[in-house]
Design a protein around this ligand. Structure first.
Ligand code: HEM
Length: 397
């Protein structure tokens, strides 16, 4: 029989580790804190996030697979308030209706056919600029621009419009952040979204064969719906992919034996990328809201409460991954990590993201000989939801 804490004090007493956790701890080096939580309070009430935090692999899966009980449909979900309803903020049939038109184009085969050439065409010129320098900062000079240019191209925009897209995106992120803090977004943010909308609306008319929008528009989604979902593709695809590539490069440069193995057998790059995704998923958590009061593990969740799933924590659950803290290329169950979530909202861009990371890594290792971290400017991964190094300074010969 589960005890139902009636008061805030009882809740704090029932989940003492969660009660003491701070956003700062979750943002800088969260892993030791998450490990303690997973062992003692795998669903814990965490006042610092004003919600429940789920840290075990099995409960993380249970939440993400049960969209009827743990939904994304909540007015607090700030993205929807800026870009309009989209697959990211809907569940059930409306979710399927918004997601389905994009699904075929995002399967592995079509992704390779449509996007491998586009990605290679963007990797090469970025490396042309870097190669003669012997040193650089790979987040802003490589991973970020690559992610933005590829996504622009995928949506039928000119990759050269990436800087403008990023500026608009910053404005939109600022609005989403303001809303999630309970503040009112500025007029600038609304203007940024209108401009993005105009760019996207103009894009499919170029008759770009690759455009995801052109594909989706032909499947019965209204123009507004296409734009909202495209904005979500942008949201989902730029910041996360930048982080995914930066984190994978950092992980390999920190593990010389793994790096040597990947240099010897380039086929191991895929395993290295998965292991990096497991240890530092670029999107560290996903949020759901309880559609009704619910029991989850030892937690009595009330209707409407935030249930945040820590993908970082689930990915280091010793019940699934042996020696979870170690970077190992030979894991048999390595692909059971949850970096791309699971259930109906499983990442739509997963195959594009993996392809992009593989081609990025291959390009870096081929073109920048003896690539290594700059010992004078160490990089560490940080962030509460989106995790990546602030900067990734490297040297090569
Ligand atoms: C090409 C790049 C990418 C694109 C276009 C993309 C697109 C998307 C879209 C459209 C969704 C929403 C799916 C839905 O709600 O039905 C999604 C979900 C998600 N994506 Fe991606 N994504 C990309 C890369 C990444 C990367 C690199 C990561 C992390 C390493 C990531 C992690 C996630 C996660 C965790 C979700 C689930 C969100 C939730 O359940 O609330 N994505 N992605």
């Amino acid at each position: 029989v589960h005890h139902q804490p009636a008061t805030t004090e009882e809740r704090l007493a029932a989940f003492p580790l969660g009660a003491r956790l701070s956003v700062e701890q979750l943002s800088e080096d969260p892993h030791p804190h998450l490990a303690r939580l997973r062992a003692a309070e795998p669903v814990s009430w965490v006042p610092a996030i004003d919600g429940w935090l789920v840290t075990s692999h099995d409960l993380a899966l249970a939440v993400m697979r049960d969209a009827a009980r743990f939904t994304v449909e909540d007015p607090r979900f700030s993205t929807a308030r800026v870009v309009g309803p989209s697959m990211l903020s809907l569940d059930g049939e409306r979710h399927a209706r918004n997601r389905e038109p994009f699904a075929a184009a995002m399967r592995p085969g079509p992704v390779r056919e449509r996007f491998a050439g586009l990605i290679e065409a963007e990797v090469a010129p970025l490396l042309d600029v870097l190669e003669p320098c012997g040193q650089g900062e790979l987040r802003r000079q490589f991973a970020g621009p690559l992610a933005a240019r590829v996504l622009a191209g995928a949506l039928g925009l000119d990759p050269a419009s990436a800087p403008e897209l990023l500026a608009l995106y910053d404005g939109i992120v600022a609005a989403v952040t303001a809303i999630s803090r309970g503040e009112r977004p500025s007029g600038e943010a609304a203007a940024a979204f209108s401009r993005l909308e105009a760019m996207l609306r103009a894009a499919p008319q170029h008759g770009e064969e690759r455009s995801l929008l052109a594909v989706a528009g032909g499947c019965g989604l209204g123009a507004e719906e296409v734009v909202s979902n495209a904005a979500v593709l942008l949201f989902g695809g730029i910041e996360t992919t930048e982080g995914m590539i930066a984190n994978a490069v950092l992980a390999l440069l920190l593990h010389p034996a793994a790096l040597a193995a990947v240099r010897d057998s380039p086929g191991l790059a895929a395993a290295a990328i998965e292991e990096s995704l497991r240890l530092e998923p670029a999107a560290a958590a996903v949020d759901r809201y309880a559609a009704a009061s619910a029991q989850l593990g030892a937690a009595s969740i009330r209707r409407g409460e935030l249930v945040r799933v820590s993908l970082s924590a689930a990915n280091r659950d010793p019940a699934v991954f042996a020696r979870p803290e170690r970077f190992e290329l030979g894991r048999l169950r390595g692909r059971r990590h949850l970096a791309f979530a699971q259930g109906p909202h499983v990442c739509l861009g997963v195959h594009l993201a993996r392809l992009e990371a593989r081609l990025a890594l291959r390009g870096l290792l081929e073109r920048l000989p003896a690539l290594r971290l700059d010992p004078d400017r160490p990089a560490t991964v940080h962030g509460l939801i989106f995790r990546k190094p602030r900067a990734l300074h490297v040297l090569w010969s």
